[in-house]
Design a protein around this ligand. Structure first.
Ligand code: B12
Ligand code: SF4
Ligand code: SF4
Length: 321
C-alpha cells in the first residue's frame, strides 16, 4: 500500500541498495528533448557507424511514456565494477568491464529479483527494468536522477566512486520523490580527450564511434578494422579503457567492487594474440560463455588478434629499419 512519496522513495532506495546497487537516484518521467536533439545530431553525423539499431525506436528513447503506459518515475541504478588489477605487460587487453561475467546477465538477475520485491511491496504498480537492454538512454536518466554527470568522454561519473559503473533503470507508474540532477564537474580538464589514441572524442561530450576502439573491436561485427587505426589500437583486443583510466575522478575515487562476478576469469589479464590465433571455435565458446567477450563473436576476436599482430609486426619493422 502506498504511504507517501517520501516513504515510498526510501523503500525503493533501500531495496535497491540491499540488492547491491551502490548508486540509486530517482527522476521524474519527462520527454528528453535536449538529449534527443543530441542523439538526432549524432545520428545525422553518422557517428553511430554500423550500429543501425541506434537509429530505431528514437521515440521510445525520447520518452519512457512510450515504453510504459502511465510512467511517472525512473529509478536509476549504478553498479560498481572496478577491480584494481592491471593487465600483464604486452598482453592483448580486454577492457575492465569484460574481465568477469556479462553484466547484462549479472544485473538482469538482480533486477528481476528487485522488481519482484517492488511488485510485492506496491501491489497494482508496474515496474519495467532495463540494463542496456532496450531503447532507453541510460546515461541521460543517471544524470537526471543525480547519480553522476556525463563527462567529456561521454561516460557517467559519480562524485563518490568515479565512472567504473554499469547503469540500469526501473521505469514505474509509481509516483516518487525526485532527486536533483547532477551538475558537470569536468571543468577545464581534457585528460580523456588528449589520451584517446584515435581522436574518437571529436569534441567534448561527443564520440565518433567510427574511430572508437571500443566500437572497432566489439560492435564492428561485419567489418574489418580500417588500416589507419591499426597502429593506434594500443594492444586493446576487446573494448578500451584509456579515456576512463586517464580521468582524475577515477584515479582519485574508484573503489573496489565487492561483487565477485566481475573478478577476472582465467587468463583474461594475460591474453596473447597467439592464444586467440590458436583458439578453436569450441574453445572460444567454452572460454567466453557468459562473458561480454562473446559479443565480438569468434570471427571478431580473430580479426582483432590479427590487427594487434599486424600492429606489433609493423612496430618491430620500424625499430629494425
Ligand atoms: C551506443 C553505445 C556505445 C557506442 C557509442 C558510445 C557513445 N558515447 O554513445 C560505443 C560502442 C562506442 C560504446 C563504447 C563504450 N561503452 Co557503451 N553504450 C552505448 C549505448 C547502447 C547507447 C549510448 C547512446 O545513447 N549514445 C548516443 C549518443 C547521442 O549519446 P552520448 O554520446 O551518450 O551523448 C550524450 C551526451 O554525451 C550528451 N551530448 C551529446 N552531444 C553533445 C554535445 C554537447 C555540446 C553537449 C554539452 C552534450 C552532448 O547528450 C547525449 C545524450 O545524453 C549505452 C546503453 C544505453 N542504452 O544507454 C552503452 C553505455 C553508454 N556504454 C557503456 C560502457 C561501459 C561503454 C565502454 C566503457 C565499454 C568499453 N570499456 O569499451 C565504452 C566507452 C566508450 C566511450 N568513451 O563512450 C555504459 C556506460 C556506463 C557509464 N558509466 O556511463 C552504458 C551506459 C551501458 C550500461 N548500461 O552500463 N558504447
Ligand atoms: S574508449 Fe578508447 S578509443 Fe574510445 S573514446 Fe575512449 S580512449 Fe578513445
Ligand atoms: S578526464 Fe577530465 S574531461 Fe574527461 S571526463 Fe574525466 S574529468 Fe571530464
Amino acid at each position: 500500500m502506498s504511504s507517501g512519496k517520501k516513504t515510498d522513495s526510501g523503500i525503493v532506495k533501500r531495496l535497491a541498495s540491499e540488492k547491491g546497487f551502490e548508486l540509486v537516484g530517482i527522476a521524474e518521467v519527462c520527454r528528453l528533448d535536449e538529449e534527443s536533439a543530441h542523439l538526432t545530431e549524432w545520428l545525422s553525423r553518422g557517428y553511430q557507424a554500423t550500429m543501425r539499431w541506434m537509429e530505431t525506436n528514437t521515440g521510445k528513447r525520447a520518452d519512457p511514456g512510450n515504453v510504459l503506459d502511465g510512467a511517472r518515475s525512473v529509478v536509476s541504478l549504478g553498479k560498481n565494477y572496478y577491480i584494481p588489477f592491471q593487465h600483464a605487460d604486452s598482453s592483448a587487453k580486454i577492457s575492465r568491464y569484460a574481465w568477469g561475467d556479462d553484466y547484462h546477465i549479472v544485473i538482469g538477475t538482480i533486477l528481476k529479483d528487485l522488481v519482484a520485491d517492488l511488485s510485492a511491496k506496491f501491489p497494482g504498480k508496474k515496474f519495467l527494468w532495463y540494463c542496456d537492454t532496450g531503447p532507453v538512454m541510460d546515461k541521460a536518466w543517471a544524470r537526471r536522477a543525480g547519480i553522476g554527470w556525463i563527462g567529456k568522454h561521454t561516460n557517467v561519473i559519480s562524485r563518490q566512486i568515479g565512472s567504473w559503473i554499469f547503469l540500469a533503470e526501473i521505469i514505474t507508474d509509481l509516483e516518487l520523490e525526485y532527486d536533483l540532477p547532477e551538475t558537470d564537474h569536468c571543468g577545464s580538464c581534457r585528460a580523456c580527450i588528449d589520451a584517446c589514441p584515435t581522436d574518437a572524442i571529436v569534441e567534448p561530450y561527443v564520440i565518433d564511434a567510427n574511430k572508437c576502439i571500443s566500437f572497432l573491436t566489439i560492435e564492428n561485427r561485419d567489418g574489418s578494422i580500417p588500416a589507419e587505426f591499426v597502429p593506434n589500437l594500443d594492444n586493446w583486443i576487446f573494448g578500451c579503457d584509456i579515456c576512463q583510466d586517464a580521468c582524475p575522478w577515477n584515479r582519485k575515487f574508484a573503489a573496489p567492487s565487492g561483487d565477485p562476478s566481475f573478478l577476472p576469469r582465467g587468463e583474461n589479464l594475460n591474453l596473447k594474440p597467439q592464444d586467440i590465433h590458436l583458439m578453436s571455435r569450441e574453445e572460444f565458446a567454452e572460454r567466453f560463455r557468459r562473458s561480454p567477450v562473446k559479443r565480438a563473436k569468434y570471427e571478431g576476436l580473430q580479426r582483432n588478434a590479427r590487427a594487434l599482430t599486424a600492429a606489433s609486426n609493423s612496430q618491430e619493422h620500424e625499430c629494425h629499419s
